[in-house]
Design a protein around this ligand. Sequence first.
Ligand SMILES: C[S@@+](CC[C@H](N)C(=O)[O-])C[C@H]1O[C@@H](n2cnc3c(N)ncnc32)[C@H](O)[C@@H]1O
Length: 144
Amino acid sequence: MASHPDTKVDCSKVYIKASSFATPDNQFDGAFALVPFKEGELIEKGVMRRLPDGFDGNTCPYIFTWSTERPNKTWGMGSGTSAFYNTAAEGDANTKMVRFFDEDRFEIYATRDIEKDEELTHTYVSLKWRTCFADLNEIVHAKK
Ligand SMILES: C[S@@+](CC[C@H](N)C(=O)[O-])C[C@H]1O[C@@H](n2cnc3c(N)ncnc32)[C@H](O)[C@@H]1O
């Protein structure tokens, strides 16, 4: 799909459907590769919108940690399909998000070759400490 050369948001190579991690009792969506990707290739780029001061992202799994400060106080809402990527333990994820905090934008890259229709995952930087990910952190690491 064509995209404008000036666009700040391009998620045209990703689609959303029921996740491969979903179970009959726990249905949810995930992001999938519309085309094959080579290791190191850009999958998606987009912009981040900072949430108001005082917003507690510990209670919301759909937004992003948007600083290197710990405990983190800055949270962001990502464009495109970024909020739909499910997670995997470090070393298992097939993508990584590169954060440009000073420009409020991000890029997501393939960390290995990815087949068309493979589910896309990245290791959430907050997986080990964010309150709303406590159960998910155990699930992800129990699979290791
Ligand atoms: C950023 S959202 C990802 C998109 C979400 N699955 C949806 O349908 O909107 C994070 C949430 O997805 C689910 N999730 C992410 N990775 C998962 C995994 N590996 N196994 C099970 N659930 C996962 C958890 O409910 C988590 O709180």
